[in-house]
Ligand binder design. Structure first.
Ligand code: TXA
Ligand code: MG
Length: 321
């Protein structure tokens, strides 16, 4: 398996391959996605197999324009208009009631009567989606529960041996410039509910909607997003969070200026203490630290403002045993 740079010729090739049932890994502003045509049950089944993803976890549909949205959703709730106007294209996935005549395969929706849709803000993703001109489902391009990919080489390392070099393709769009997955909001219940914190902060959402949005509130006693529950976003090495300093046998993931002279193998999410920079670095630094096969990764306390809420959410889930 090789990585392709994103010339127009290669984007053409990728759009032809995906229409023939291939799988295309492509960059977005959040993380790399593993794309298949939303209507193609065969390649969608392959995606679940390649990622070792449980079938009860539905996929996000990626589109490049509103016509495609209208072809797959039953209606656009009021809150959705406001959110789309302000934050699309961008790191925001909205859950809509699904239109029965739509082309999104049942497996991709995990047999739900809803559908998750996102319009990404990355020029290569948009060019690719425009060339395909059909809804494309794309989960993050990693093995289920493990760290998401923010560089093409991560996709190659994780999935290269599981993809088919004749049918599939990995596009290299450089580093993802947000580095954390999209925020997922459910708009099919009475009140909007954040099912997954992500690249768009709850603060910005509240400011726009002039409400105090629910965060992963149970509906009828159940969590609505399967991806929210278990261990997820995890390095292979155990993590110890909110640490002051590394203990014997641990490697260190710092944030902001280091007070002590940490002498172990280490990375720093942002020496300047910039939370956006920390999000960009999070997965790639955890991957690097994972390679040392240390006893644990000790992680400094990360502030919870802005992107910090999503970073802390990922760290908490990644530290779940
Ligand atoms: O930033 C992103 O969202 C990336 C890029 C590639 O777009 N994609 C991504 O996909 O993170 P994935 O499959 O790793 O996560 C999709 C999340 C899961 O938590 C899933 O449970 C939720 O979206 N989801 C999808 N469809 C849903 C639905 N109909 N109802 C509730 N949750 C849904
Ligand atoms: Mg994922």
């Amino acid at each position: 398996m090789k990585i392709y740079n994103t010339t127009l010729k290669n984007l053409d090739k990728a759009s032809i391959l995906i229409k023939k049932g291939g799988i295309v890994a492509f960059p977005t502003e959040t993380v790399y996605g593993l794309g298949a045509l939303a209507s193609d049950s065969k390649s969608i089944n392959r995606i679940y197999k390649i990622k070792k993803r449980p079938k009860n976890n539905p996929l996000i549909v990626h589109i490049h324009n509103i016509d495609l949205l209208n072809s797959i959703v039953e209606c656009v709730p009021d809150f959705a208009y406001e959110l789309m106007k302000n934050f699309w294209p961008g790191p925001l996935t909205l859950i809509f009631p699904y239109k029965n005549s739509g082309s999104v395969d049942t497996i991709a929706r995990a047999s739900l009567n809803t559908v998750a849709v996102r319009l990404p803000n990355n020029p290569i993703a948009l060019k690719f989606l425009e060339k395909v001109n059909l809804p494309v489902v794309a989960p993050s391009a990693n093995i289920s529960q493990q760290l998401s990919p923010t560089k093409a080489i991560h996709v190659l390392n994780d999935l290269g041996s599981r993809l088919d070099p004749l049918r599939d393709m990995i596009l290299d769009g450089g580093n993802c410039n947000l580095g954390i997955e999209s925020t997922v909001i459910d708009l099919t219940s009475e009140r909007p509910n954040i099912l997954r914190l992500g690249g768009l902060s709850s603060f910005k959402i509240n400011k726009t909607l002039k409400i105090n949005i629910n965060i992963n509130k149970k509906q009828k006693g159940k969590y609505k997003s399967p991806g929210m529950m278990k261990k997820h976003y995890a390095p292979k090495t155990e993590m110890r969070l909110n640490a002051n300093k590394p203990l014997t046998g641990e490697v260190w993931l710092g944030f902001g200026a280091e007070k002590t002279n940490v002498k172990v193998k280490k990375e720093n999410l942002s020496l300047k203490g910039n939370i956006e920079e920390a999000a960009v670095n999070l997965y790639s630094m955890l991957r690097k630290l994972d390679n040392y096969k240390a006893k644990k990764i000790a992680v400094a306390k990360i502030p919870n403002d802005g992107m910090g809420e999503a970073i802390n959410d990922r760290l908490k889930k990644g530290a779940t045993k």
